[in-house]
Design a binder for this molecule. Structure first.
Ligand code: ADP
Ligand code: MG
Ligand code: ZN
Length: 673
């Protein structure tokens, strides 16, 4: 919409409006003042005198005045005087030989006078208002647009050729790709699905940290699906004027329905999808709420069978309004997490295709050195490497270029604390395995998802609890307690193994405390407080908050009870871990090498018998760790030392692809933090 010639047109517009203003003022206000300077106003009496003296030569009578020329002292000048009800004047003029006339002024036609007195001025005002609003919108960086399309969304329509991206450009995110592929497939051959009665998900929400390829994935979907692709950023809905955002949403969906089957992609949806205000204190943000409500409305208003699929991306899922993520709206959520070792290698390879690079590059080494980086960082590393090669006057990128550029890219990262050193990695591995091991021992269930030491969306580390709370209608006191034990398991492992406490447990602490508090204040599970409600919820349907309704004295007691529950749980977790030290080491080592471990792998290691001395020796040579052994010899500490040696071999062996997928599917539906 924005065009350069706007600027060229501007002066002309100003001239025109200036001229118009001038004309209106002239016509309706200032005309007498503009009778030119040589015109002299004289009293009527003097005018009569001048006529009688024969000085007046010419006269013209107008509605309210009489303009005449007179020769005074040999100089002819123009004079003006007011009209007077003077019947004699005609005779006087004739006597003095004056040439006189009345101006033939046809009365203005009514149409013309309305035009001049109302339409033009009003039009002028509207025009000025428009110019102002236009320049305001422009200042706000939204881009002008013409008056009539105000409020229309500027969703761009992409067709296949435009994005040029395909799933091949996205490396690593296999699960996300699988999930999205289904959507693409549905749009291509809806009949296949309809025949069996399956409905395509209405909304697919991509969740993950910045730079992990969410936007890229959406573009790939556009490239793969041969259907129109509407792409708009959430912030484009945020408007200065109430109601405009909502009308943009309406317009977007109207366009989409016309073009169905098609895909609508809303990037950074958190800009409009923020939780609505529950407290009601701040008065809320009407405009944003209206926009969100409109979006919710539209999502309900179309049927997935129509073939409109809504795709959205966010890196702040926790601030999204729960109404957006409930079933029937964004009913499929895809996690796009930071890549693990294998993923990083794959991403490096994808981007290496864009540059001239030596054949013998060891991408795995680079991947190993870049734990905690995103796909965007890795793309950047390749690019920096290429730049370095040019600086050094080479025609190809070599290993050293990449190694060096890691530092360039990561230096910026380290400030943000996202790149994990080996020491940190070790602590994180034990922390995560601590959680998982405690659950597994307590409930004898495998962790629902994979465990990973790659940092997760929320900044919390990557463990998911094996009990999916949302799936259960009620939970017993014991189950809640076990959950707290699990939550303390991470910190407990840190304490046992490294004799230290880290900041990594903050989220666990928060959650554990919440559960413990609820046990006391909401679920009435502690006998000391019996069946008394101590907290109330407000804004319940918006994922509301709680506030205490107990007296100060009771509040103290509640705090005490909460601490009691948590220390009991903490103690229990330490007990469990101490009883299973060998497994803790074994699984943590495995995790350190692979960065990700599936639930199945986890249980395999947990359930297999410890390796014998002989096999351990064997292993250092043969790199086989997968096969369970019959021979049992329980010697955990020695095992650990031995295994340190065999580390290198370990990682190249066993990887369990199939179960990886299996597990990750479940992950999508899991309440993670
Ligand atoms: P997000 O939207 O998640 O913040 P983007 O999709 O904008 O991230 O990714 C930024 C860039 O990083 C992409 O254009 C691409 O070059 C690179 N990138 C990120 N993830 C991947 C990936 N999985 N495979 C290949 N390239 C990636
Ligand atoms: Mg993005
Ligand atoms: Zn933890």
């Amino acid at each position: 919409m924005e065009t350069g010639n706007n600027n060229n047109r501007r002066p002309l517009i100003y001239y025109l409006s200036g001229a118009l203003l001038l004309y209106i003022l002239l016509r309706f206000g200032l005309s007498p003042a503009l009778d030119n300077e040589s015109t002299k106003e004289v009293p009527y009496s003097q005018f009569i005198e001048m006529v009688d003296n024969g000085e007046v030569t010419e006269l013209q009578k107008e509605d309210y005045k009489t303009v005449f020329k007179a020769k005074v002292d040999g100089k002819e000048k123009t004079y003006v005087t007011g009209n007077w009800n003077d019947p004699d004047i005609t005779q006087r003029l004739i006597d003095s030989n004056v040439e006189f006339k009345r101006v033939i002024e046809e009365p203005m036609s009514p149409g013309m006078s309305i035009l001049l007195t109302s339409i033009i001025p009003i039009g002028f005002l509207i025009f000025m208002g428009y110019m102002m609003s236009r320049s305001l919108t422009k200042q706000m960086g939204k881009g002008g647009g013409d008056f009539m399309s105000f409020g229309k969304s500027k969703a761009k329509v992409y067709v296949k050729s435009k994005t040029g991206k395909t799933f091949n450009d996205v490396a690593g995110q296999e699960e996300a790709k699988d999930s999205l592929y289904e959507v693409v497939d549905f749009l291509h051959s809806p009949k296949k699905y309809r025949d069996i009665g399956a409905v395509c998900p209405k909304g697919v929400l991509l969740i993950g940290p910045p730079g992990t390829g969410k936007t890229l994935l959406a573009q790939a979907v556009a490239g793969e699906a041969n259907v129109p692709f509407f792409s708009i950023s959430g912030s484009e809905f945020v408007e200065m004027f109430v109601g405009l955002g909502a009308s943009k949403v309406r317009d977007l969906f109207k366009q989409a329905k016309e073009k169905a089957p098609c895909i609508v992609f809303i990037d950074e949806i958190d800009a409009i999808g923020k939780k609505r205000d529950t407290s009601g204190f701040s008065g809320g943000n009407d405009e944003r709420e209206q926009t969100l409500n409109q979006l919710l409305n539209e999502m309900d208003g179309f049927d997935a069978t129509e073939g409109v699929v809504l795709l959205a991306a966010t890196n702040r899922p926790e601030i999204l309004d729960p109404a957006l993520t409930r079933p029937g709206r964004f009913d499929r959520q895809i996690r796009v997490e930071l890549p693990d070792l294998k993923g990083r290698e794959a991403i490096l390879k994808v981007h290496a295709k864009d540059v001239k690079i030596k054949d013998n590059i060891d991408f795995e080494e680079i991947a190993r050195m870049t734990a905690g980086t995103s796909g965007a960082d890795l793309a950047n590393i390749i690019n920096e490497g290429a730049l370095r090669a040019v600086r050094e006057g080479r025609k190809e990128v070599i290993q050293e270029d990449l190694q060096e550029s890691i530092e360039v890219v990561i230096a910026g990262q380290q400030k943000k604390n996202t790149v994990i050193s080996d020491d940190q990695k070790k602590i994180i591995a034990y922390h995560e395995v601590g959680h998982a091991l405690v659950t597994a021992v307590q409930t004898n269930k495998k962790p629902v998802t994979k465990i990973t030491i790659v940092p997760r969306t929320s900044g919390a580390l990557g463990y998911t609890m094996s009990v999916d709370r949302d799936e259960k209608y009620i939970m017993t006191k014991q189950e809640l307690f076990n959950e707290i034990v699990t939550l303390t398991g991470g910190r407990s492992a840190e304490e046992i193994i490294f004799n230290t406490k880290t900041t990594g447990a903050s989220n666990d602490i928060e959650r554990a405390t919440k559960i413990a508090r609820s046990m006391v204040t909401t679920y009435g599970m502690e006998d000391d407080f019996d069946f008394v409600q101590l907290e109330e919820t407000y804004g319940r349907y918006l994922g509301g908050d709680r506030r205490l309704i107990a007296s100060t004295g009771t509040a103290d007691k509640i705090d005490q009870k909460v601490m009691e529950i948590i220390s009991q749980a903490h103690y229990r977790a330490i007990e469990i871990l101490k009883d299973n030290m060998d497994k803790l080491h074994e699984i943590a080592d495995y995790l350190l090498k692979k960065e990700t471990i599936t639930g199945k792998e986890f249980m395999d290691i947990l359930n297999r018998k410890p390796l014998s001395q002989a096999e351990l020796a064997d292993e250092s040579e043969n790199t086989k760790i997968e096969a369970p052994t019959e021979d049992t010899q329980d010697n955990a500490t020695e095992y650990k030392e031995k295994k340190e040696d065999s580390d290198k071999d370990l990682e190249s062996s066993n990887s369990d692809e199939t179960s990886d997928k299996e597990d990750s599917n479940k992950e999508d539906s899991t309440d993670e933090e």
